[in-house]
Design a protein around this ligand. Structure first.
Ligand code: ADP
Ligand code: MG
Length: 251
């Protein structure tokens, strides 16, 4: 079983330190939720792990099965098993979802290997069935004019096709109405299993009504300040983030 280890990670944007000693280990099969107020570094953490060039890792390490991924380019990290679902996915007019995903899957193959079209569509349709996505969906341009829910559905289909070891999902609930939220949650739950480790970043407790995490972590000022089971999310919902702050001051 693979594990993703985030060890005493410090991340800066320019001169400013945003993530200040973040520690977490995620094993395949586990779902960890990170909650925290806006501006606390949740997105910074996810993007830096995926290899976004704006973020500098100043110290600490990120390892998959004991091997650091920090020297790898973003595409190599993806091939090593990391998937990042964006908070705000890009629109790619003129490129159909079917072709986009085909390119993404092809890029995973070894040099010179050609993706078999029949096998690809078979896999695509089985994933779409699993996620209850209409076949017509894949002929549309990637995220072009999509609703918030459709964009998230497209991200989740990508994740299903790429079969990562670890998926970092950043505010998958942002901009979603309650029906769309359910669709996304159902998708994540459909893919949940022993082969996938999930880091679910959310600002709201409501997503966790549908996706029940194994562990909940509260992030504050760039690090985890509290961890617990799903009841911690409920406690946060009723007491608010100020409660955590007050506890910290008195600790
Ligand atoms: P969260 O996702 O928890 O709301 P972020 O990681 O987005 O927090 O942001 C943490 C801090 O880093 C904020 O103060 C934000 O303004 C700053 N920040 C994030 N991304 C950038 C960027 N690309 N350039 C400059 N500052 C940034
Ligand atoms: Mg964010």
């Amino acid at each position: 079983m693979s594990q993703l280890e985030i060890k005493d990670l410090h991340i800066a944007i320019g001169e400013k330190e945003i993530v200040k000693g973040f520690n977490l280990t995620i094993r395949q099969g586990e779902v960890h939720a990170i909650m925290g107020p806006n501006g606390t570094g949740k997105s910074t953490l996810a993007k830096a792990i995926a290899g976004h060039p704006d973020y500098t890792i100043t110290s600490g390490d990120v390892l998959i099965d004991g091997r650091s991924i920090l020297a790898l380019e973003p595409d190599e990290r993806a091939r090593a098993g990391i998937f990042l679902a964006f908070q705000y996915p890009s629109e790619i007019p003129g490129v159909s979802i079917a072709n986009f995903l085909r390119g993404a899957v092809q890029a995973r193959l070894a040099e010179g290997d050609e993706l078999d079209a029949t096998a690809y569509y078979k896999r695509l349709y089985s994933k779409m069935d699993l996620l209850k996505i209409d076949r017509k969906f894949t002929s549309r341009s990637v995220n072009d004019g999509f609703s918030g829910g459709e964009k998230k559905r497209c991200e989740i289909l990508q994740m299903a096709m790429l079969e990562p070891l670890f998926s970092l999902m950043d505010e998958t609930d942002s901009g979603l109405d309650i029906d769309a939220l359910r669709i996304v949650a159902d998708g994540v739950n459909a893919m949940r299993g022993p082969k996938l480790g999930i880091l679910l970043i959310t600002h709201y407790q409501r997503l966790l009504d549908y996706i029940v995490p194994d562990q909940v972590h509260v992030m504050w000022d760039g690090r985890i300040v509290k961890s617990g089971d799903k009841s911690l999310a409920l406690e946060l919902e009723s007491k608010g983030y100020d409660w955590v702050k007050t506890e910290l001051v008195h600790a």
